[in-house]
Design a protein around this ligand. Sequence first.
Ligand code: ADP
Length: 259
Amino acid sequence: MEYSQQLEAQREELTRTARQLREVNEKLTQLSVQKDAFLSQISHELRTPMTSIRAFSEILMEGVPPEMAGQYARIVHDEAIRLTRLLDDLLDLSVLENGSVQLNLGLTNLQQLLDRAVQAASHTRPEREFTLHRNPAAENMFIRTDGDRLAQVFINLISNARKYCDAARPELRIVVRHRGGRVMVDVIDNGSGIPKASQALVFEKFARLTDQTRAGGAGLGLAICREVMGSLGGTIGYLPGQGGAAFRVTLPLRLEKAA
Ligand code: ADP
């Protein structure tokens, strides 16, 4: 190779390396911006319940009429629970995100798991009686998975459905199907759904898209669901065009027992 060709090759190599360095630098800056945004969101979420706890405990310490004391103590108690839940969710998310989650795999009957999730979610506030529509497909379906983690996903989805469904006529549909070695579970409510522009954001951390005063969550539930489904080898997605909000959970069907 001639000297001028060698020089040209080295120049190209240098240009390529400079471009790669620039890209790495841009990525690092982007990560740092995301980290700052995440920390500021966490601080904000922690500060809100802390402020109430501080204010109401100070009022209690100064002394209030007994009929008010119970009410203020209840606020302090509820806010402390909110804070604990938030910290638990943040810890859970960090374990899931860094891949150090321990799965406890076993054979799980899908119907029983969904029953359990409906039951567990029934404690979610606001208290309301759903009309629940189910198809029987899950009855004889057994999947090899971490049952507690999968239940966590459905509890989250069903709790959200309780929060955001039509308050006057609350309805929930859970539809199970299996196709091509995969099982699909759709959780569909009859609320106002998620606007098209926000559908891609619902699985992001701290996503709160609709009327926040109704819900009161920190917006971590669906981010956790996405991480859990990833660790179980499945997926979760939003299903547009179903009336209310609709989420589809997909899992590999490891084993199906005949009826
Ligand atoms: P949160 O604890 O705030 O409910 P999630 O991650 O579970 O957090 O949900 C994020 C946001 O997605 C909610 O704040 C709400 O705006 C929207 N969302 C979730 N589920 C539903 C639903 N079933 N119907 C309407 N909006 C929903």
